[in-house]
Each structure stands twice: as C-alpha cells, then as structure tokens.
Design a protein around this ligand. Sequence first.
Ligand code: LMG
Ligand code: NDP
Ligand code: PMR
Length: 420
Amino acid sequence: MALQASFLPSALSARKEGKVACIVKESAFLGSSILEHHKSQFNAPVLRTKVADLMFTRANLRGIWIDRQILMRESNHSVGVVKAQTTAVAAPGLNQSTVHGKKVLRKGVVVITGASSGLGLAAAKALAETEKWHVVMACRDFLKAEKAAQSAGMAKENYSIMHLDLASLDSVRQFVHGFRQSGRPLDVLVCNAAIYRPTARTPTYTADGYEMSVGVNHLGHFLLANMLLDDLKKSDYPSRRLIILGSITGNTNTLAGNVPPKAGLGDLRGLAGGLDGRNSSAMIDGGAFDGAKAYKDSKICNMLTMQELHRRFHEDTGITFASLYPGCIATTGLFREHIPLFRLLFPPFQKFVTKGFVSEDESGKRLAQVVGDTSLSKSGVYWSWNKNSASFENQLSEEASDAVKAQKLWEISEKMVGLA
Ligand code: LMG
Ligand code: NDP
Ligand code: PMR
C-alpha cells in the first residue's frame, strides 16, 4: 500500500493581546477517537504522530484521501490543544462514483462556522444524519465542538472539526490554508457563527482592532467568504451554495426590528474610519457604542453581503447565495451575555406571546434545507418559514436591501480585511 506523506508547517494565529500557545500535547480523548476511526473505516496502519506545530500528513490509499491533521488551538494563555482528524472523501473532481453499477452522488462537503452550539450544531447534526454530507465544523473551541458533536450523536465519518477564530483575520487565512491542505472539495459554506453583546457597556476588539460584533459576525465572514469563493467555483457538486445568517432584528420592516435599539448603518462613517473606537467610533454609523445595536448592524451587513455576492458572482459562477431568518431560537448560547432575567423570560415570551419561537432542532432542519434542498436553490433570497414551517422568500427592509449601501459596504470591508 503506497503511503505518501508530506509535512507542511503553517503559521499560527495569534491574538494581538494574547500569547500564542507553544506547548503541544496529543489529547488521549481525541487520539483514541482517531484510532477507532482509522480502524473502522479503512483498516489503515496506525500512524503514530508526535508533532510540535501545525502539520498535515496525507496518505493516499488507493484513491481514498486520508487526511490526518494535527492543528494546534490557540489560547489566550500558554496551553495548546492538539486537534487530530481523519476523514475520507471522494477524490476531488469526481462528483459521482459507481456502486454496484449505479451512479451515486458523492457526499457533499459543507463548512459551517460556529457549529459548536445552537443553530450551527443543530444544522450539522441534521446534515450529518442524512449521510449525504460531510460537515466541516469550523470552530474556535475544538474540544467544545468535539464534545458537542459527540453528544449530538454525530457519526465520526460524517464530520470533522477545524479551528477557526473569526475574531482574527490571521486565523481565517489559516483556516482556508488548512482546509485546502485537507484535499476536500468545498460545496457549501455556511457563515453562521455570531456573538451578541447586549449588556456590554464598552466595546471589545478583534485581534485586528475592529469592534468585536461586527468584526466576528461580518468582517471575519467577509474575508472567509471571499477567500473560499475560489474553492466553491472549483467544486463539481451539482448545487454550490454560500449562505450567510441574517435576522429579523436587523430588518426594521418588522415589529421585532423596531425593538430598540434599532439597526442602522447610517453613512458607514464609523466603519470607513476603522471601527476602532479611537480614530473613529466603534459603531458602523459613527454613533455611541451600543452592544445590542452592533449585533443588529452586523446582521444588516450579513444580509447586504449576501446580496452583493449574488450581484457580483451568481451569473458567472452559478453559485447560489442565500440568507435566512431561521425563527427565534430563544434557547441558544447567543443570549449568554444577557441578564439572567432575560434568559429566563425570553423563551416563554417568544413561545407564548410572539409565537416566534423555534426549537434548535427545528431551526437546524431549516438551515439544512437551505444547504441542500433542491427547492431552495434560488440565489439572492432571504428565506423565512411560516407557522407551518413552510419556507418562503421574505422581504428585506429598505436598508437591508439597499444596493448602493451594499456596494459601499463591500468596498470598505475589502480594505479592512486586506483584500483591496
Ligand atoms: C435590554 O434588555 C438591555 O437593557 C439593553 O441594554 C439592550 O441590550 C436590549 O435589545 C437589547 O435589551 C431588555 C430586557 C430587559 O427586556 C426584556 O427582556 C424584554 C423581553 C422579555 C419580555 C418578557 C416578557 C415577560 C412575559 C412573560 C411571558 C411568559 C409567558 C407566559 C405566557 C403564558 C400564556 C399562555 O429586561 C429586564 O430588565 C427585565 C424584564 C422584566 C420584564 C419586563 C416586562 C416587559 C413586558 C413586555 C412584554 C410585552 C408582552 C405583551 C404581553 C401580551 C400578553 C398577552
Ligand atoms: P450560539 O451562540 O449558540 O452559536 C454561535 C456560534 O458562533 C458558537 O458556536 C460560537 O462558538 C461561535 N462563535 C462565536 N464567536 C466566534 C468566533 N470568534 N470565531 C468562531 N466562532 C465563533 O448562537 P445561535 O446558534 O443562536 O446563532 C447562530 C446564528 O444564527 C448567528 O448568526 C445568529 O445571528 C443567527 N440567528 C440566531 C437567532 C436566534 O434566535 N438565536 C435568530 C436569528 C439569527 P462557541 O461555541 O465557542 O461560543
Ligand atoms: Mg424580540 C413580534 C415578534 C418578535 C419576534 C419574532 C422577535 C424575535 N421579537 C419579537 C418581539 C419583541 N421582542 C417585543 C415585542 C419585544 C419587547 C418586549 C422584544 C424584545 C426583545 C429583546 C430585548 N427581543 C429580542 C431582545 C433581544 O435581546 C434579542 C435581540 O435583539 O437579539 C439581537 C431579541 C430577539 N427578538 C427576536 C429575535 C429573533 C431576537 C434575537 C435574535 C436575533 O435577532 O438574532
């Protein structure tokens, strides 16, 4: 059996204010899962690995790529955690294989950011259960993601976990590099991760110095989406999609969108000024910091970006660009920073008063539809679901569908993430 191995070093992402981890150890917990994985799937020889940096060993066994990745997770302090993952995928470029004379579509590969909890995890689970998707869970906390996947009952061959911290553009670039090294094709990208800081009195900043909510929810995803567009273009999968989560609270044409503080990007002067709270405001519109508004503003950015991607790339590439409001998933980690009373009252309020509540399971199924259902393949759409859980094309607010603002947002964002 031919075994071809290559070792590719890669730089580590570092938060400006934090220390880069430099101690590496192989976790027994992960190590055993890899071993079992190897044995059950390929009966491959056990590859023993002791590595002190980010490395990839690729073994090409009779046309099946086995990628063994050992990634080091960055932490604010000097503790490193090793990630190891092994996955089989069809050789890139072949979207079909023949089994007993029948043509079978290969597994689709979907990258979901923030798949360690809430909607992202529920969608990962729903997709993995179909056995038609391999889910790459792009998460900032590897162990949390591994535990989440295991407790969700996801079968090992249906997912892998890769480190991605959207609060660092370096980490985004490294993720893309690592993903490409894995040899997997990219068929669908879901920009799902987000943070919400409703009780923050003062802004916090990403490694690149941008206000955290917009930095993570919009700018990190903006760079990721732009970089991975090339990979989506190369995919031979029948329906390639790029999905960015939106929300009702960013849309002022709804009751929920009118609960103060209301979203609004103004003339983008704060963003154009660097969103750093020093030379300019930490808010996109140039106003005083408001954590809840920053989140809602970031959601407008997400919805505008999806439409701008559609205008720029859909016709030439055939890629489907979509956004969605999955319903009010009032129980997720998104509200972790809200006051305890809010966290207690919000779910029953949404269940019994607004009736906008949706369970994590149900929301995961909705996102999974946008990933894979043939009926939701239209590009440029902001999907929502009615009371009977039937999908429909929803209307965005005037600001969230403003093409001039979308273009301006695109141009400023390109500069901020180093693409222009
Ligand atoms: C603010 O907090 C932050 O202060 C601000 O910084 C910013 O972050 C902002 O938007 C972000 O949030 C707001 C938070 C403050 O407000 C809420 O939490 C309101 C939403 C939750 C409302 C709970 C309503 C309680 C209803 C109970 C439902 C039980 C369901 C049983 C029904 C059974 C039916 C069969 O929160 C607080 O500080 C404390 C909140 C105290 C409650 C305030 C009550 C407001 C009620 C308004 C609700 C209107 C509902 C209409 C009722 C119709 C009845 C049919
Ligand atoms: P959760 O907090 O449960 O999930 C958010 C995910 O994002 C987590 O996995 C979290 O990781 C991850 N994340 C946060 N910061 C970063 C970062 N810097 N780098 C990488 N990943 C990060 O929230 P939800 O599931 O509710 O939210 C998912 C999406 O759904 C968001 O885009 C949100 O805007 C959208 N949405 C949610 C609604 C709701 O009612 N909940 C309604 C409408 C839209 P970790 O686990 O490590 O914290
Ligand atoms: Mg809102 C009328 C329906 C409705 C819906 C569908 C939502 C969704 N909310 C509705 C109404 C109301 N909310 C009303 C009447 C109030 C005043 C009591 C209210 C309040 C409220 C607060 C304080 N709602 C909130 C908050 C939050 O902190 C959440 C937020 O804004 O997060 C950004 C939130 C939400 N309400 C929703 C949804 C989906 C959210 C959170 C998630 C998000 O937009 O991503």
